[in-house]
Design a protein around this ligand. Structure first.
Ligand SMILES: Cc1cc2nc3c(=O)[nH]c(=O)nc-3n(C[C@H](O)[C@H](O)[C@H](O)COP(=O)(O)OP(=O)(O)OC[C@H]3O[C@@H](n4cnc5c(N)ncnc54)[C@H](O)[C@@H]3O)c2cc1C
Length: 307
């Protein structure tokens, strides 16, 4: 059987794409390998009606609600390859089976690369955070360290000091901050510690940054804006145009540069934005947009109305 739509990724973006498509009576297959980006976090925020719910709960409710739509099938599966065919796309799963669909939604997300400082991987989302929109409120009034010396981390430290904490230290991992940035940090009352951090230990709310010179910096929260990478190589395999930051380039319709391939959520962004907007609610909105426009594309194709 060939599906109208194959959605790869069962996070908020993929689940919402499947929901909107299923409600339009499209034959939908959702394939998910079960490793969402926010899995380490106990709570998610900024999603109206679900503020403070666990990420797993949102996914559970999403799947439960999809069960009401008989044309939506969900499979736990890792997609390893994707290729364009004459009338759509063929995906190969890790067990060797193949599936085909007329349109494809890549909602495969991003992965945070957390190998810079020992201990960060274990504490990520539980004491070490990446984003003050997601966790700023929860860390208000805390003693905070920000890891990094580049402009994005300096901006993050200034932002946190402006909004959430009057005790912020920037840990620059052995590097001096540029003179101009140093002036801005000093003016905001932010301390700079240039000694490399050898590891972070402790637990949520009680962290110890162990420096290479043996000193220990005690902090209640750490912000670490880690590099990210695509969770899957499918977009590149299909030849989708990528932006310099590694996101899949999409337009206002969530269309990639490859006809028939849509992308939604953290994996993709509009070029016009200065940065990726990687939130649960915006991912779900992207999924809805992709589903609406691909539905219209299918409808026009079948009615002979042109693209
Ligand atoms: C620690 C942490 C806390 C966060 N807290 C918040 C918060 O409070 N509020 C908020 O709005 N945002 C938060 N975020 C951001 C949020 O996690 C993302 O914006 C959101 O998960 C993006 O949804 P998505 O559907 O694009 O991707 P994801 O939720 O990452 O889902 C992608 C899915 O695709 C699957 N997948 C990937 N490749 C394949 C493949 N080849 N085959 C099959 N399946 C595949 C993955 O297993 C995964 O299940 C947080 C992020 C982190 C890291």
């Amino acid at each position: 059987m060939s599906y109208d739509v194959v959605v790869v990724g069962g996070g908020p973006a993929g689940l919402n794409a499947a929901l909107v498509s299923g409600r339009q009576r499209r034959e939908v297959l959702l394939l998910d390998s079960g490793e969402p980006r926010n899995a380490p976090a106990a709570e998610m925020h900024m999603f109206l009606s679900r503020d403070g719910a666990s990420p797993a709960e949102l996914r559970r409710i999403g799947r439960e609600q999809l069960a009401a739509y008989p044309s939506v099938e969900i499979r736990e599966a890792l997609v390893v390859t994707a290729a364009e065919e004459e009338n759509g796309f063929t995906l190969t799963l890790s067990d060797g089976t193949t599936v085909t669909g007329r349109k494809l939604v890549l909602a495969t997300g991003q992965v945070d690369v957390l190998d810079q400082v020992e201990g960060v991987g274990e504490l990520f989302g539980r004491g070490v955070y990446h984003c003050p929109f997601c966790h700023g409120w929860e860390t208000r009034g805390m003693t905070i360290a920000v890891l990094g010396r580049e402009l994005p981390q300096i901006m993050q430290a200034l932002y946190i000091a402006d909004r959430f904490s009057d005790d912020v230290v920037v840990c620059t991992d052995g590097h001096a901050v540029p003179e101009q940035a140093a002036g801005r940090l000093a003016a905001a009352g932010i301390a700079v510690d240039e000694t490399p951090v050898s590891r972070i230990e402790g637990k949520e709310g009680e962290l110890r940054l162990v420096m290479t010179d043996g000193r220990v910096l005690e902090r209640q929260a750490v912000y670490h804006r880690a590099p990210t990478r695509q969770h899957s190589a499918l977009a590149e395999q299909l030849g989708c145009e990528m932006l310099p930051d590694g996101c899949i380039r999409v337009n206002e319709f969530q269309r990639t540069s490859v006809p028939g391939v849509y992308a939604a959520g953290d994996a993709a962004r509009l070029e016009v934005l200065p940065d990726a907007l990687t939130f649960v609610i915006t991912g779900a909105a992207d999924g809805a947009r992709a589903a609406v426009w691909l539905d219209q594309e299918l409808f026009r194709e079948d009615a002979g109305l042109g693209g």
